[in-house]
Design a protein around this ligand. Structure first.
Ligand code: NDP
Length: 336
C-alpha cells in the first residue's frame, strides 16, 4: 500500500495567527510516520470552534501549522513501533489530533480509534471530537443523574445538539439556550424539554430557568459560550450545583474570586477533551460507548454543511461557525 502514497499533498495551513484570511492552501511533503505514529489517508475532516481560537491566537500553537483537529480515513502506513496488530492497513479510523485539513496526517497510534461496522468514516469525522466532548462532560465534568435539571447553552450547536440528546438519554431534564426560533425547534427535537431564546437577554434567561426549576436552579450548567453567559450561571445554578465551563465562543471567561463559590457551595470545572481522554484506555472506553450510541441510533448526527477542501472552503467554515448561523456539524470533504 505504501507505494501508492504520493510524495506531496495539499494541506490547509495557518502560517501566522490573525484574521480568517491567513488560512491558506500549501503543497507540502506527505509526512513520514514517527516510530509511534500511524499515517492516515484523510477522507473527511470535522470543523470545530477551536479552529478559530488556534487561527486567531487565543490558543497558541507553534507556527506554521496544518489546521483541523479531527478526521476520519484509512490507515495507510505504520511507524516502526506503531503496528501492534490491533489495526491494519486499510482499516477505517477516526482521530482527534491537529493536522486534519490535509490529504494525509500522522497521528500517534494511541490517539487513533478503529471505526466499528455501523459507523461510517463520515460519521466518525462528524462525531469523534464533539461526541467525546459531550459524553465526557456528562460523565466527568458534571455527572448527570436521572431527574436532574441541566442547562445547556448553544443547544443547537455542534456540541450542544449532542449534549441535549445525551443528557436526556441519561435521564436529565434539559433546558437549552439558543439565539433563534429555528434553533429552538431543533434543540427540542434533539432532547431539550425547554428552550429559551437568549436574544431576549440574560435576565430573561435567568427568570425562565428559575421559573422552570421552581426557584431552585439547575444541578448542572454546560457552558461553551463563555464570557457572555458566565456571570448569570451563578444565578441559575442550584445549591451544590456544578458549572461546567468548556468553551469561549463569545470570549474567554474572566478571572473570578474563589469566595464567589461560597454562596451556594458551587463547583466550577473547566475541562478539556484532551485531558479527559489522554490515555489510550480512556479514549478507547469512551469511543466504544460513543460508537455504540451512534450504531444503535440512540444519538443522531446532524451535518450543517459539507465544505470543499480548499483555503476558501476552510475560511468559509470559520466565517460560518462564528456567525452563529450554523447548527450541528460542519464537515470538510477532503478526498473520497
Ligand atoms: P458551536 O456549533 O456550538 O458554535 C458556537 C455557538 O455558540 C454558536 O452557534 C452560538 O449559538 C453560540 N454563541 C453564543 N455567543 C456567541 C458569540 N458571541 N459568537 C459566536 N457564537 C456564539 O461550536 P462547537 O460545537 O464547535 O463548540 C461549542 C463550544 O464548545 C465552543 O466554545 C468550543 O470551544 C467548545 N469546545 C470545548 C471543548 C473542550 O475540550 N473543552 C471541545 C469541543 C468544543 P447561539 O447563537 O444559539 O447562541
Amino acid at each position: 500500500a505504501s507505494s501508492n502514497i504520493p510524495e506531496r499533498m495539499r494541506a490547509i495551513r495557518v502560517p501566522e495567527t490573525g484574521e480568517i484570511d491567513v488560512i491558506s492552501a500549501q503543497d507540502i511533503a506527505v509526512p513520514e510516520p514517527g516510530a509511534d505514529e500511524v499515517l492516515i489517508k484523510v477522507s473527511w475532516a470535522g470543523v470545530n470552534y477551536i479552529d478559530t481560537y488556534q487561527r486567531s491566537g487565543l490558543y497558541t500553537l507553534p507556527l506554521p501549522f496544518t489546521a483541523g483537529m479531527e478526521a476520519a480515513g484509512k490507515v495507510v502506513k505504520f511507524g516502526k513501533d506503531a503496528d501492534d496488530s490491533s489495526l491494519k492497513v486499510g482499516d477505517a479510523v477516526a482521530a482527534y489530533a491537529l493536522g486534519a485539513y490535509a490529504e494525509y496526517m500522522t497521528v500517534k497510534r494511541e490517539k487513533v480509534v478503529k471505526l466499528p461496522d455501523g459507523v461510517s468514516e463520515k460519521d466518525g469525522a462528524t462525531a469523534i471530537l464533539q461526541g467525546l466532548t459531550a459524553w465526557t462532560l456528562l460523565h466527568e465534568a458534571y455527572q448527570v443523574k436521572k431527574g436532574d435539571a441541566v442547562l445547556i447553552h448553544a443547544a443547537a450547536g455542534g456540541v450542544g445538539l449532542l449534549l441535549c440528546q445525551m443528557a436526556s438519554y441519561l435521564g436529565a431534564t434539559v433546558i437549552g439556550t439558543v439565539s433563534t426560533e429555528e434553533k429552538a425547534a431543533l434543540a427540542k427535537s434533539n432532547g431539550a424539554s425547554h428552550v429559551i431564546n437568549s436574544k431576549s437577554g440574560g435576565a430573561a434567561v435567568v427568570d425562565e430557568v428559575l421559573k422552570l426549576t421552581k426557584g431552585e436552579g439547575v444541578q448542572g450548567i454546560y457552558d461553551g459560550v463563555g464570557k457572555d453567559t458566565w456571570e448569570d450561571g451563578f444565578k441559575m445554578i442550584a445549591r451544590k450545583g456544578t458549572i461546567v465551563s468548556f468553551g469561549n465562543a463569545s470570549g474567554a471567561v474572566p478571572p473570578f474570586p474563589v469566595l464567589k463559590l461560597a454562596a451556594k457551595n458551587t463547583k466550577v470545572v473547566r475541562p478539556t477533551l484532551n485531558n479527559s481522554i489522554l490515555t489510550r484506555q480512556e479514549l478507547e472506553t469512551y469511543s466504544a460507548q460513543l460508537f455504540d450510541l451512534l450504531a444503535k441510533k440512540l444519538v443522531k448526527l446532524r451535518v450543517h454543511k459539507e465544505y470543499p477542501f480548499s483555503a476558501e472552503g476552510v475560511q468559509q467554515t470559520q466565517k460560518d461557525i462564528t456567525s452563529r448561523a450554523t447548527t450541528g456539524k460542519l464537515l470538510i470533504k477532503v478526498q473520497q
